[in-house]
Design a protein around this ligand. Sequence first.
Ligand code: AMP
Length: 191
Amino acid sequence: MRIVLLGAPGSGKGTQAALLKDHFEIPHISTGDLLRQAVADATPLGMKAKAIMDRGELVPDDVMLNLIEERLSSADVKPGFILDGYPRNLAQAEALEALLGKLGQPIEEAVMIEVSEDRVVERIAKRAAEEGRSDDTEDVVRNRMRVYEEQTAPVAGFYEDQGLLTRVLGEGSIEEVSARIRGALNTDGSD
Ligand code: AMP
């Protein structure tokens, strides 16, 4: 199962991707996590990405494509994967399509987690208190929301045009949202 998870910052994407990982036993690939690890390791990529992330902007597409291409060429993604945070604009969506087409492993499902703006602000404030992410400050969050609306929201249309998109309500408990996503993926089974 090859899945793309879409949703605004604070929509619960990362939490839900982690649950799907356990459910389907396939890797959860978060480009945000990969970048934060590169920053923590002070690699050349991390040094380049940190300032951009701290402004809430997008790391350049060519850099991201290299990162995702490398990750998707690992053996553990053979049974499938959950992408969280990539693609983030239409150029990335097209690059991913070309890359996966080459590998003969196209995206099968795109799930958009929809939440109200109030809920997003609430969740990010909670995450800021719990995790202390340097890009969860108010100004940067506002910028990430703007970048999301302008660049990332259109990615839903890209998958909708291919008949791959399902929209899921992201309000309610974590387990309720998770059950909705599994239902949308038509593999809910009996659990
Ligand atoms: P996230 O954890 O997905 O919210 O990502 C945190 C930050 O990492 C974003 O605000 C961007 O600066 C950067 N980032 C993550 N994924 C991407 C991507 N696909 N393209 C560009 N920048 C990204």
